[in-house]
Design a protein around this ligand. Structure first.
Ligand SMILES: *Cc1c(COP(=O)(O)O)cnc(C)c1O
Length: 394
């Protein structure tokens, strides 16, 4: 592996502090490196591989599509994109879909739609968006502008302007930022990168009411917490609300690069129109064959039921760990999106876990995030806890 790692360090831009392993293949909830060492995967490519590795039905759907048609322009219709869009509409309760290649791009589209909606209302060009501190929405200039982490933003300023930040789960802090220029409020239903912070039920309800009253668009970023991760297809279902615009990506294609933003018909009718937005690859037949199959498999494998059951089991086990170890301060999460907050940096624990064959990832310096494949079983949780405890006790 050393030879490849040296080459990587020579050829790739140093934007990641990579773990010193070269991953070679996956099978179910396990990964293997080039030396054949086996790892239990509690990261799933950061909440992507919901169905696990080597799902034959999924792989065959992609293989069949490769032999038929990989790409065509969005100036023509293709069946996989139509089927994927219909399934996404049904799953989300929203009306219109635009496919992108990534999460950040879905955020770009959502921001453009919100600005255009406000622009068509009053013709002004100074509309504001309210975002949350500690949020993460992606690395492109627009998505970065609404990301509530100064460290990520500062070197790239000026970003897009007219963004205000409020505090997650503090409704009065949101109210303070609202004025007659506000066109949208954007938040993750469950903050991921920022440390696994779910929106409070009451907070999100109040935001929805505020948005309704003042014709402000509610944009929910479900890129990480959506697609079943929290036990419902989208996390906002548990708040009994529907956003005006929603973004999804990560597990949407379970490995093929695809994202999407969706909106209600009323927003679609007075925002982005012919010529306003586009993407060469966005939603091409190959990735959409993947998306379409993902929705079928979620149903046939009853993935949501598994997330609820195994998520509750994992949650209980993590509560137990918090009781047992003083260095663990908080446990938060929903379904299979869980986090443990430590009173020390967690880098060393994650390295130790890796050496023992367990793949984990942080969410901020002090928080370990647990986002395994959604098909994970209780026995895998037990295996994870056993390995994890070996990293905590010595
Ligand atoms: C990962 C993530 C993004 C960015 O998605 P990319 O596909 O990496 O561009 C945006 N929002 C949230 C909540 C995410 O977790």
């Amino acid at each position: 592996m050393e030879k490849y790692i040296l080459e990587a360090e020579e050829a790739l831009l140093h934007t990641y502090n990579r773990f010193q392993i070269v991953l070679d293949k996956g099978e179910g909830v396990y990964l293997y490196d080039l030396n054949g060492k086996k790892y239990l995967d509690f990261v799933a490519g950061i909440a992507v591989f919901a169905l696990g590795y080597q799902n034959q039905e999924y792989n065959n759907a992609l293989k069949n599509q490769i032999d038929k048609l990989i790409h065509t322009s969005n100036y023509y219709y293709n069946v996989p994109a139509i089927e994927a869009a219909m399934k996404l509409k049904k799953a989300s309760g929203l009306d219109r879909v635009f496919f992108t290649n990534s999460g950040a791009e879905a955020m770009e589209g959502a921001i453009k739609a919100a600005r255009k909606y406000a622009y068509l209302k009053d013709g002004k060009k100074d509309h504001e968006i309210i975002a949350m501190e500690h949020s993460f929405h992606g690395r492109t200039m627009g998505a970065l502008s609404v990301t509530g982490n100064v460290k990520y933003r500062e070197p790239f300023e000026p970003l897009i302007g007219h963004i205000r930040f409020a505090t997650m789960n503090d409704f009065s802090s949101v109210l303070k930022q609202v004025n007659d220029k506000t066109c949208a409020i954007v938040l993750e239903t469950v903050q991921g990168e920022g440390g696994i912070h779910p929106a409070d039920y009451g907070f999100l309800k109040q935001i929805r009411e505020l948005c309704d009253k003042q014709d402000i668009l509610l944009i929910l970023d479900e890129i990480q917490c959506g697609m079943g991760r929290c036990g419902t297809m989208f996390a906002y279902e548990q708040y009994e609300i529907v956003p005006d615009i929603m973004t999804t990506a990560k597990a949407l294609g379970c490995g093929v690069p695809v994202g999407a933003f969706l909106m209600k018909e009323a927003v679609a009718q007075s925002s982005l129109t012919s010529g306003d937005h586009g993407s060469t690859y966005g939603g091409n037949p190959l990735v959409c064959a993947g998306v379409s199959k993902v929705f079928d498999l979620f149903e046939s494998q009853d993935v949501l039921h598994n997330v609820k059951e195994v998520g509750a089991y994992l949650s209980k086990k993590l509560d137990d760990l918090m009781e047992k170890y003083d260095i663990i301060k908080f446990h938060r999460g929903i379904g299979l999106m869980q986090g443990l907050e430590f009173d020390i940096p967690v880098g060393e624990i994650i390295q130790k876990a890796l050496s023992k064959g367990l793949i984990l990832i942080n969410a901020g310096p002090n928080i370990i995030r647990f986002v395994p494949p959604l098909i994970i079983q209780k026995k895998h949780v037990d295996e994870m806890i056993e390995l994890f405890e070996q990293c905590l006790s010595n």
